[in-house]
Design a protein around this ligand. Structure first.
Ligand code: GDP
Length: 304
């Protein structure tokens, strides 16, 4: 229900545009396909993924000679669902982590302003609520505000945070955090990292160092590298995904601010282009406004 509410804008825009594009038509023709292409691109699905979808529908039209409008909706849902399925196989709706990793180390990456701190706070809240013992690490030591903001979230949620002064080595913070987590018998550690992108080699070196140092405490850490992207920024989100995946092995995605955009299609394009599962979506500024991504609910919210 909250998902529907959160994705209201994407839903209304996508579906109403689609309805308009096919109004008065009984079959899928070139004009319908052109319109559909435009709708998908303007919903931030991305050009490559849009062309993939259009090509598949075109081949259906070519094979069947006649494709009705009712069927178009169904096929479109199948295609989108199929693209999401390549990576988003889970049907999960709960905040769970594997039992055999303790502490489970979640490293969070992303540029400033995308909602990284907020997402960490919301995750800490959900994991704590689910019964896990959570420790936060303030590894974005480049900005004093990042450390302070994370502290505010830690206090709000009621979980411990490990921090050092601004300017200290992020790897050292990560090391301390993991040691503290092990000492406290914590279930999950969420490590923030600095989100500077201006120098790719620096970014790569820094993230590699953080990982290497964490492995001195937990040999197979990090268990998840979560890239946070702002879903309302379209091409920027694609560009950031490109840069971060080049710098480190990103294993999952969180797409934020889907409540504030009519362009939820970025989730579809990013899943398809980067083959990394979208694990969480942000649908508001509040502590509860983070959801485990569920592809069925997501596709439904577009077509309902
Ligand atoms: P950071 O610089 O990446 O750590 O970004 P912050 O976590 O400080 O978030 C930047 C702004 O985005 C804040 O005003 C947040 O409240 C807001 N924000 C984060 N996630 C969401 C979301 O899912 N929806 C909305 N509407 N705002 C969000």
């Amino acid at each position: 229900e909250t998902l529907d509410k959160g994705l209201e804008k994407s839903k209304t825009t996508f579906f109403s545009k689609l309805s308009k594009a096919v109004a008065g038509k009984s079959k899928v023709d070139d004009a319908v396909l052109d319109n559909l292409e435009e709708i998908l691109v303007s919903s931030d699905v991305g050009v490559d993924t849009t062309l993939k979808i259009i090509t598949r529908i075109e081949s259906r039209v070519a094979a069947d000679k006649y494709l009705g409008i009712e069927e178009l909706n169904k096929i479109l849902q199948e295609e989108i669902s199929g693209l999401l399925s390549e990576t988003n196989t889970g049907e999960a709706t709960e905040f769970v982590i594997p039992k055999d990793k303790k502490p489970y180390v979640l490293m969070v990456v992303g540029v400033n302003g995308v909602g990284k701190t907020t997402t960490i706070g919301k995750l800490a809240f959900q994991f704590k609520k689910a019964g896990y013992k959570v420790v936060l690490g303030a590894g974005d030591t480049f900005r004093a505000a990042a450390i302070d903001q994370l502290q505010i979230w830690a206090d709000r949620v009621g979980v411990p945070i490990v921090r050092q002064n601004m300017g200290s080595d992020p790897a050292s913070v990560a090391f301390d955090t993991l040691q503290s987590a092990v000492a406290q018998d914590a279930d999950i550690v969420i490590i923030d990292t600095a989100g500077r992108l201006h120098n790719k080699v620096n970014l790569m070196n820094e993230l590699t160092k953080v990982k290497r140092v964490m492995q001195k405490v937990v040999s197979d850490a990090p268990h998840d590298v979560l890239l946070v992207l702002d879903g309302s920024t379209g091409q920027n989100a694609f560009e950031q995904a490109k840069q971060f995946t080049a710098a480190t092995e990103v294993t999952s995605l969180a797409v934020t601010k889907l409540d504030g955009t009519a362009k939820g299609g970025v989730v579809i394009g990013i899943s398809d282009q980067f083959k990394i599962p979208v694990k969480y979506i942000g649908v508001g500024e509040g502590i509860e406004d983070l959801q485990v991504f569920n592809k069925h609910e997501f596709v439904d919210s577009f077509f309902k």
